[in-house]
Design a protein around this ligand. Structure first.
Ligand code: MEV
Length: 294
């Protein structure tokens, strides 16, 4: 492609606070060094040309183009080539492809959108398909690092740029985020007192988690992850296979392990020292689990 521009957007892992964040609570999310890349330029003709490798769902891209075209009264057509290393695993590819599209159009069209404007536009796009989305994954795509995301104000505070000692394991099953979020909405409606009590407890973990990460206290962060997992199990979003991977990791000496995201599938994150990471990885590979290189 000539005169092309490339935007790279990182994947993410939820460290603490999934589901509660949908109800306005804070969460901690970390960006990973696996990317979705959008390469693009203006083209002549009547139609956009979108080529996508590794990312099947084009609705986020089309909705983002539509929204920007309408908002800024733009008639140009675009070629976008999308390549993804993060699709189908719960690493946030829907948010990443949306942010990637909004950012590349901002550059190609000279719109100079601020991070807040990229967030607001991307959030509108994502909510077309996922109406209850908290937006934490969009924030992670835009700001990177490890951040505290406020589910109610959508404000972001950076916690650290340092790498967290995490391993991510793909459970082998793609989670259906929308139905997991709907399931939680049912629980919230039918049992608001219990659900709110659990979310309040998760909020406390998240607050402690910020200090644990800042102090690089992995013993404490691991304990907080385990407690968070206990609550997620109580909320009914873990599964037999996810529990099995977690038990395996903890028995092999991990500080902590939990689901990352909606649950019902996707990834498990495991926190462990360098030495233990090796042992845990070997044991999980022996059992044919898919350890992601992050
Ligand atoms: C899904 O990755 C995380 C949830 O908290 C949903 C959301 O925050 O939009 C379950």
């Amino acid at each position: 492609m000539e005169n092309n521009i490339t935007v790279s957007v990182p994947g993410k892992l939820m460290v603490l606070g999934e589901h509660a964040v949908v109800y306005g609570y804070p969460c901690i999310v970390t960006a990973v060094d696996k990317y979705l890349t959008v390469e693009g330029k203006k083209i002549p003709g009547k139609n956009d040309k979108i080529n996508s490798y590794g990312n099947k769902d084009l609705s986020f891209v089309k909705n983002a183009i539509f929204l920007i075209r309408e908002k800024y009264d733009i008639g140009d057509k675009f070629q976008l080539d999308i390549r993804s290393e993060i699709s189908g695993m719960g690493l946030g590819s829907s948010a990443a492809v949306t942010v990637g599209t909004v950012k590349i159009l901002s550059v190609i069209l000279g719109l100079n959108l601020s991070s807040k404007e990229v967030f607001d536009l991307s959030y509108r796009v994502v909510r077309i398909n996922q109406p209850m989305s908290s937006g934490f994954d969009i924030a992670s795509c835009i700001y990177g690092s490890t951040i505290l995301f406020d589910g109610s104000t959508k404000k972001v505070k950076k916690i650290t740029d340092k790498i967290l000692p995490l391993i991510a394991i793909f459970s082998g099953k793609k989670a259906d985020t929308v139905s997991m979020v709907d399931q939680m909405a049912h629980l919230y409606k039918n049992n608001p007192v219990k659900t709110k009590r659990i979310f309040d407890s998760i909020e406390k973990l998240v607050k402690k988690g910020v200090d644990a990460i800042k102090n690089e206290n992995w013993q404490i962060l691991g304990k907080l992850m385990n407690e968070n997992q206990k609550y997620l199990k109580e909320l009914g979003v873990s599964s037999e296979i996810l529990d099995r991977i977690i038990d395996n990791a903890l028995q092999s000496g991990a500080n902590g392990a939990k689901i990352s995201g909606a649950g019902g599938g996707d990834c498990i994150i495991i926190l462990a020292s360098e030495e233990k990471k090796k042992i845990i990885t070997e044991r999980l590979l022996e059992k044919n689990y898919s350890v992601l290189k992050i």
